[in-house]
Design a binder for this molecule. Structure first.
Ligand SMILES: [Zn+2]
Length: 99
């Protein structure tokens, strides 16, 4: 029997693989399905997705958005060091502050 900790570790691994596949997937329907499954696993195991993965989902429509494909990235003024990400599915715009 797997301990909860080990199960969550495996879940996280599956999520990482699913997201990596979704990013490379040419078929947008398949990519969305893989991304949805990844999120479902995260919810079931109550896992907090790492920032790199979280930013791939629109904060409004919760859809998987591939940078440069389903989202438009605009770099703001040089001093703010932030980018504006537009979800091309729902039109939601949010800012991401760069470190
Ligand atoms: Zn959206």
């Amino acid at each position: 029997l797997l301990k909860k900790h080990a199960a969550r570790e495996i879940a996280m691994e599956r999520i990482t693989i699913l997201v990596a596949h979704a990013l490379q997937e040419q078929d947008p329907l398949l990519a969305t399905a893989q991304a949805k499954l990844a999120k479902k696993i995260a919810m079931r195991f109550q896992l907090k997705l790492p920032y790199a993965i979280r930013q791939l989902y629109c904060k409004k429509c919760k859809m998987f958005i591939i940078p440069g494909k389903h989202s438009r990235v605009r770099i703001g003024r040089s001093e703010t060091r932030a980018v504006r990400i537009t979800c091309l599915r729902c039109g939601h715009v949010y800012r991401k502050i760069l470190k």
